[in-house]
Design a protein around this ligand. Sequence first.
Ligand code: GTP
Ligand code: MG
Length: 198
Amino acid sequence: MKVTSAEFTKSAFNQSHWTTDGLPEIAFLGRSNVGKSSLLNSLLQRKGLARTSNTPGRTQSINYFLVNEQFYFVDLPGYGYAKVSKTMRADWGKMAEEYLAERRELVLSIHLVDARHAPTTLDRQLHEWLVFHQKPHAVVATKADKLSNNKLEKSLAEIKAALPESPIIAYSSTTGKGRDAVWSAILDATGKKVRFSG
Ligand code: GTP
Ligand code: MG
């Protein structure tokens, strides 16, 4: 996929901040620190466009990025970070569920899990929610570069068993592994013809 333009558009803290131009949206979801912002930067080949950090819970608003003036990437706050306050956790649930449940423009939810670990209870709950509400979704297993091929295969099988209703793509934001497959899923969802720039 040739990315000709990618820009941060806005941060949304509630529905009144959502974009209004009707372009399709791809949401990136997953627990804190799983690599959502890194995946977004790696897909767009723009280092530092979405802020990444070693401090979990960095992204706390819904962040919109306009891509090729055709669709939005939507970076949602991570869930499951134990150290944030109860109020903040409740806000996450409210903000994300409202977005997922009500956003007409949402054409694909990309659910990130860490390739090295079995999905958590919250991961399973999100998966079940997406399946129950018939939201198009795909699982991306991040940080695949941290595992040997053997271990990765084993881990992907475990993830598949825990999140059975999703296609699963192994990804590395460091090496770019899985990039074409994720773009293919995105372009399928936005109804665009697949074209890779290599
Ligand atoms: P929050 O916004 O806090 O929810 O985190 P996030 O899901 O956006 O994670 P982020 O992209 O900030 O990445 C968290 C940490 O994991 C950073 O230190 C990244 O450099 C690292 N990381 C992310 N993806 C990969 C990957 O594919 N491989 C490796 N080796 N490290 C990664
Ligand atoms: Mg982030």
